[in-house]
Write a protein that binds this ligand. Sequence first.
Ligand code: CA2
Length: 155
Amino acid sequence: MADTLLILNGPNLNLLGTRQPEVYGRETLADIEGACQQVAQGFGVQVDFRQSNHEGELVDWIHEARGRSSGIIINPAAYSHTSVAILDALLAVEIPTVEVHLSNIHQRDEFRHHSYVSKAAKGVICGFGSLGYILAIQALTAELRAAKQQQMAKS
Ligand code: CA2
């Protein structure tokens, strides 16, 4: 069966394309999901794409990913800078994770420079807009393939 990547989006990302296009671009979250689904198909993986404005719901979805998803891509939005709960959930499930931000958080307000979530991420992509999600799919599928090849070589 094809691997599934869980793509999680945090608070306010449902507003994408409606406000602050100079910061976050003109694409809606539905546009980004469409692009992710298309690219994932090319890589032979499935995508489960979700958004929530609630920290606990994101934590629940991370827990549920255990045994269901081979990788997690997360744009935790504002929770990046505040949420030890999301960090702990990601550390607990031990699923390879890539953190994505549309904007370059290091060029922005000081409080956006630190992300709790980064400690649990294999890598972080920021500043490339929606392309970041596509790069994350590419990176995670390459990681998964390499891990499978290593397993095969061992057995
Ligand atoms: O650059 C990113 O992807 C962020 O994760 C976006 C978050 C922000 O708090 C992070 O520091 C960086 C904000 C998402 C809010 O998205 C909006 C979209 C349109 C209109 C208003 C908010």
